[in-house]
Ligand binder design. Structure first.
Ligand SMILES: NC(=O)c1ccc[n+]([C@@H]2O[C@H](COP(=O)([O-])OP(=O)(O)OC[C@H]3O[C@@H](n4cnc5c(N)ncnc54)[C@H](O)[C@@H]3O)[C@@H](O)[C@H]2O)c1
Ligand SMILES: [Zn+2]
Ligand SMILES: [Zn+2]
Length: 361
């Protein structure tokens, strides 16, 4: 028996999101239905609704969520009804080339539910990042459910499902930040502040936060930034060089997703430094750089998908650190909102004032 629940969809490119009744099928083999308790509003949801990811409208938005498994389909053994889980958008398949070579964080196999959620008239919905969690209950592949300590609050640990994990992982896993490193983070939203928190956990001694919004810079200090630069009134590259003894940072993390900030990151690195692109560009964006500078400055130019995380390893570990008081995930939650306030949360992304709005059910 399928169920009907309330959810948030993006019907057409650029149009405001709307509430709709969504039909959620019973879980098929290898699938699970999860009762969502909380779901953060990530910039990638806005990318979807603006047509910046692909044109498979209508989208079922929301992908940064935690909840409780309601039911599981045939053959599911890793999770059971009642388990508290954070949803992940890259369930490791175990069989692809990346998995078999021992690098499961590069798993390319799409491992989502094969059944579809629909509108009442049968219109098939495209769940954002294979999740779709601005929804009272959602259908996912069982591998997308990662069990974590149930004493953690859903509104907080749900953020590990995307932005905060992407940021922490961009610093620790992709950027390889180590003790004593200097790190600059361009863009201090949920993802960038995750990168700052990750750099602090890894032992970086200089952590430079760069943003165009002074409120964001003030918050960045709470996550471990040692210095801040407002890109509106300072030269970003020069400022980062000045703050690192004239050298540039060992690791620069770009968490905006724009050519101009990528270029700043490219030149703000020390020689042989690492640049990590975790911000997501849109299809029309281009970057032009002198090839001689790419050669002459050396180092590594990397992109970070989901912080190169391994949900089964990283979600429970970071939840534990949170519960031990070593990782302030509470500070990412600026406000708790209702399901019908997602559009307002998108507006606040532009006007500032929030790090993460989290829909609480
Ligand atoms: N790679 C991944 O796996 C992954 C995962 C989640 C999100 N993302 C992407 O990361 C990016 C950031 O996401 P978010 O949720 O933190 O967004 P956000 O909107 O909360 O934060 C973006 C921040 O960048 C700042 N900013 C904008 N223009 C700037 C500029 N020119 N210089 C400096 N700062 C500037 C804004 O003031 C804001 O604080 C998005 O592109 C998002 O799609 C990537
Ligand atoms: Zn795989
Ligand atoms: Zn996201």
């Amino acid at each position: 028996m399928s169920q009907q629940v309330r959810g948030v969809i993006a019907r057409a490119k650029g149009a405001p999101v709307e509430m709709a009744t969504i039909v959620v099928p019973d879980p098929g083999p290898g699938e699970a239905v999860v009762t969502i308790q909380a779901c953060g509003v990530c910039h990638t949801d806005l990318h979807y609704r603006e047509g910046g990811i692909n044109d498979d409208f209508p989208f079922l938005l929301g992908h940064e969520a935690a909840g409780v498994v309601e039911s599981v389909g045939e053959g599911v053994t890793d999770v059971a009804p009642g388990d508290f889980v954070v949803l992940n958008w890259r369930a490791v398949c175990g069989n692809c080339r990346a998995c078999l070579r021992g690098k499961p964080w590069y798993c390319f196999a799409t491992h989502n539910a094969t059944q579809k959620m629909t509108l009442e008239d049968g219109t098939v919905l495209s769940p954002a990042l294979g999740i779709g969690a601005f929804l009272e209950k959602t259908l996912v592949a069982a591998g997308q459910c990662t069990k974590v300590d149930p004493s953690a609050r859903a509104a907080v640990v749900g953020l590990l499902g995307c932005g905060v994990m992407a940021g922490i992982g961009a610093a620790i896993n992709t950027g390889g930040v180590g003790r004593g490193d200097s790190v600059a983070v361009i863009g201090c939203g949920g993802v960038g502040d995750g990168a700052i928190a990750g750099a602090a956990l890894a032992g970086a001694t200089t952590i430079i936060a760069v943003d165009t919004d002074d409120r964001k810079l003030a918050w960045a200090r709470n996550f471990g930034a040692t210095h801040t630069v407002n890109a509106r009134n300072a030269d970003v590259v020069e400022s980062i060089r000045d703050l690192t003894g004239g050298n540039g940072a060992d690791v620069v993390i770009e968490a905006v997703g724009r050519p101009e900030t990528y270029k700043q990151g490219f030149y703000a690195r020390d020689l042989a430094g690492t640049l990590v692109l975790v911000g997501v560009p849109t299809p029309e964006m281009r970057i032009e750089l002198p090839l001689l500078d790419v050669f002459g400055r050396g180092g590594a130019l990397k992109a970070s998908w989901y912080g190169d995380c391994l949900p089964t390893r990283d979600f429970p570990m970071l939840t534990e650190m949170y519960l031990q008081g070593r990782l302030d995930l509470d500070a990412f939650v600026s406000e708790e909102i209702r399901l019908d306030q997602v559009e307002e949360a998108f507006d606040k992304m532009h006007t500032g004032g929030v790090l993460r709005s989290v829909v609480v059910f």
